[in-house]
Design a binder for this molecule. Structure first.
Ligand code: HPA
Length: 245
């Protein structure tokens, strides 16, 4: 079963033929909301809205452990995470879709591991390549097949939020090698890896990052909404494509 985590701008999947909704209990507390199960085409899908269906949970308070655990315990075998980001690299402006290949984690204070220091041995999961190669390839191939341009590869800087960054912070992140910036990439990807759940992200660039292009003196939210809506229509076409036999 394909798991889809919807971010800002994707709180539901209109093309999902819903069979049922379920509040999945986990040892880590409540997920962001009930999981929605159903079919798109001939593929079974489980969907969860990362920020809750009413978009009420800020990035630093999302229960990433519960969300990932709920998907895994429900039989999900591949996860596509949809997330909106700011663009740092010059070719990654508003409206661009990108499948990142690397992560830098600037978050702090989040529950970021399933290892709770109990009786079991300490495990250091390999995270050299944070995204699953097959899920990335599937996203890129399907996007090409349905004719939606998607950029292959970007370094995703995950910030703590919920505030946006300063221009100097973005300069520093760019110096570190970051191409896009968002608030939810971690610990989500790391937790999926701990459960050996193949996971990749499809990111929508909603705005230029702080201090870049038309965000030189501030990020204007009025334009952000329209960009997201249009881009999410393209994301939906790609998701439909993932589910074609
Ligand atoms: N910064 C961090 N997260 C984001 C941004 C941004 O500019 N845009 C969308 N999510």
């Amino acid at each position: 079963m394909l798991g889809i985590i919807g971010g800002s701008g994707l709180t539901q999947l209109a093309n999902l033929d819903v069979s049922h909704r379920e509040v999945v209990r986990t040892p880590y507390g409540e997920p962001s909301g009930p999981l929605t199960f159903g079919r798109i085409g001939c593929r079974e899908v489980a969907f969860i809205a990362r920020h809750g269906y009413g978009h009420t949970i800020p990035p630093h308070l999302v229960n990433y452990r519960a969300n990932i655990h709920a998907l895994e315990s429900s039989g999900v075998t591949q996860v596509v995470s949809v997330a909106s980001v700011g663009g740092i690299r010059a070719d990654l402006g508003p409206g661009v879709l990108v499948v990142p290949h690397q992560i830098i984690d600037y978050t702090w204070g989040r529950e970021m591991t399933f290892q709770s220091g109990g009786d079991g041995p300490v495990v250091h999961v390999d995270f050299t390549e944070p995204y699953d190669a097959d899920v990335r390839r599937m996203l890129l191939d399907v996007a090409a097949r349905v004719g939606e341009p998607v950029t292959d590869g970007a370094v995703y800087a995950t910030t703590q939020g919920p505030r946006l960054e300063t221009a100097a912070e973005i300069n520093r992140m760019q110096g570190d090698g970051a191409d896009i910036v968002g608030m939810t990439g971690m610990p989500e990807a790391g937790l999926a890896r701990e459960l050996e759940l193949p996971y990749a992200a499809l990111c929508v660039v909603a705005n230029w990052a702080a201090g870049r292009a038309d965000s030189l003196h501030g990020i204007r939210f009025e334009s952000l909404e329209a960009v997201l809506q249009e881009a999410m229509a393209r994301v939906r076409r790609i998701i439909e494509g993932l589910c074609e036999a």
